[in-house]
Design a protein around this ligand. Structure first.
Ligand SMILES: CC[C@@H](C(=O)O)C(=O)SCCNC(=O)CCNC(=O)[C@H](O)C(C)(C)COP(=O)(O)OP(=O)(O)OC[C@H]1O[C@@H](n2cnc3c(N)ncnc32)[C@H](O)[C@@H]1OP(=O)(O)O
Ligand SMILES: [Co+2]
Length: 135
């Protein structure tokens, strides 16, 4: 794990939250992207070297919809940047962590991703991210 890649924050209304975070961080959202496979709309901000991912749900089955229902708005996950996601998934599996996907999935902002179950990480949903290198 090389660094924190982003912090994911679950929000009810992406437009309203974008306005709020633009004011809070004094910077514009640099990217918006829907990831249909996760049932989310995302908006990204950079603060120095750090990245914030705002997530709203696009359907009732989305993990974000369930999270908002149970816990309300707030920090949803922490994502770590990894060089080789296959190697890291293999290592974490051997250490006994529960991977939520057996193969990397395509995430937002040009990443391959994998999640670890929060039950095995002290209640924190962890995401691994590997940048997809364009040839
Ligand atoms: C945009 C793409 C990507 C990126 O590129 O960055 C993303 O970030 S996508 C983000 C959305 N996608 C995901 O979250 C996928 C991974 N998550 C899951 O697979 C599920 O949400 C889950 C973690 C397995 C939970 O699903 P499920 O068991 O169906 O939901 P429950 O509501 O029943 O929760 C069970 C249990 O887990 C606790 N929980 C759920 N979400 C979180 C969370 N984000 N952080 C901490 N804990 C979480 C929930 O509270 C329940 O606990 P108990 O009530 O104590 O049983
Ligand atoms: Co994320």
């Amino acid at each position: 794990m090389r660094k924190i890649e982003h912090i994911g924050i679950a929000v009810k209304d992406l437009d309203l939250s974008c306005d709020l975070y633009e004011k809070l961080l004094n910077t514009a959202c640099y990217k918006r992207e829907e990831v249909a496979s996760e049932g989310v709309n995302t908006a990204f901000f950079k603060t120095g070297e750090n990245k914030i991912e705002l997530l709203s749900a696009t359907n009732a089955d989305s993990p974000i919809a369930k999270f908002l229902e149970k816990k309300g708005e707030g920090i949803h996950h922490i994502a770590f940047d990894v060089e080789d996601i296959y190697e890291e998934m293999d290592r974490l599996k051997k250490e006994g962590f529960v991977l939520l996907n057996e193969e990397p999935k395509t995430g937002a902002d040009n990443k391959l991703i994998c999640f670890l179950h929060p039950k095995g990480t002290n209640g924190v949903l962890v995401e691994l991210c590997q940048e997809i290198k364009l040839k």
